[in-house]
Write a new protein. Structure first.
Length: 316
């Protein structure tokens, strides 16, 4: 008799160093000038006026969340059309109590903050920290020696923000988790003191939602003695289907979905798995969270010692 329990979570896609295109033309950013006095102490003639503050910088989130049994990791990407000297922003999500930063989360620099220089082009560094303020997580990056990003107009990872999942909270995660940013500040270098050059980012009017796909581990009194890949159920399906497979030994496992042209639609599993029986749900979305077209698809289970492929039909 099978006893069904959540044992682990298998991520939709684990490769988070992939970043999608972020459209951020090198236009001027405009903001209300809130500086009351100039550097010499005289009144600022532009106070309260809309002024050009530098070339646009833009933010977005990576295409996927990375979900484990204890954490959810969000990737923040940036295009900086001019060098950035400082970062401040507040992160908000729709899973209060289920995603927790205080005492459970962490933050990690991405390539944009790892590869910074001082004003003379010498390698430098920025401090990066995050604080839980109750409803939000405030992230700040700053330097005491005027370090700045490359300002190369290229998309890259700014940082990774990881939330903890409280014990027994994994099964309570919603089908989708949305994130947005409040009070976003990217301090450019065109003016001094540095002014905000952010032009676009996922704000409260434009949040980004991620589908949450959980893998269910089925525990038997006896472990499987051979590799298995079973027919998905239901088949045909809409809106989702389940794929069951068995692993008799510790294995590096990939479970891919392909279209009729042999192109990879999405990677459902890419992980080292313990022996056991697994059930993975596919909701008919591709790697960009877009609904796939009706038609025939193939799913393939591949390890170092086993490979098998089955056919399924999605109907819209």
């Amino acid at each position: 008799m099978l006893i069904k329990r959540i044992q682990t979570v298998l991520v939709i896609i684990l490769t988070l160093n992939m970043v999608h295109a972020l459209d951020c033309p090198a236009d001027s950013a405009y903001h209300i000038d809130e500086q009351i006095q100039l550097g010499d102490g005289s009144p600022n003639p532009n106070y309260g006026q809309l002024i050009a503050t530098g070339l646009c910088a833009c933010l977005d989130f990576g295409t996927q969340l990375e979900i484990s049994d204890t954490t959810v990791k969000l990737t923040v990407i940036m295009v900086d059309n001019e060098p950035i000297r400082g970062v401040q922003m507040d992160f908000v999500h729709n899973a209060p109590g289920l995603l927790v930063y205080a005492g459970m989360g962490s933050i990690e620099k991405g390539e944009k903050l790892e590869n910074v220089t001082d004003e003379n082009g010498a390698s430098s560094s920025m401090n990066l920290l995050a604080n839980d303020t109750g409803d939000t997580v405030r992230v700040m990056a700053y330097s005491t020696n005027r370090a700045q990003t490359a300002g190369d107009g290229q998309v890259g990872t700014l940082f990774f923000l990881t939330y903890g999942i409280p014990p027994d909270g994994l099964a309570s995660l919603p089908d989708s988790i949305s994130f947005h940013i409040n009070n976003c500040l990217l301090a450019g270098t065109s003016l001094y003191p540095p002014r905000n050059v952010i032009c676009t980012y996922p704000d409260s009017l434009n949040p980004v939602s991620f589908e949450v796909t959980l893998g269910t581990y089925l525990v038997d009194s006896q472990l499987p003695t051979e590799f298995e890949l079973n027919q998905n159920y239901p088949n045909p399906f809409n809106p989702s289907t389940k794929i069951n497979f068995a692993i008799p030994e510790v294995s590096d496992v990939r479970l891919n979905i392909y279209n009729l042209l042999g192109q990879t639609v999405i990677t459902l599993v890419e992980d080292q798995l313990a022996p056991g029986r697994y059930e993975i749900k596919w909701n008919g979305l591709d790697a960009s969270n877009q609904q796939v077209a009706s038609g025939v698809y193939f799913y393939e289970l591949k390890t170092d010692k086993f490979i098998a492929r089955e056919k399924m039909l999605f109907l819209r």
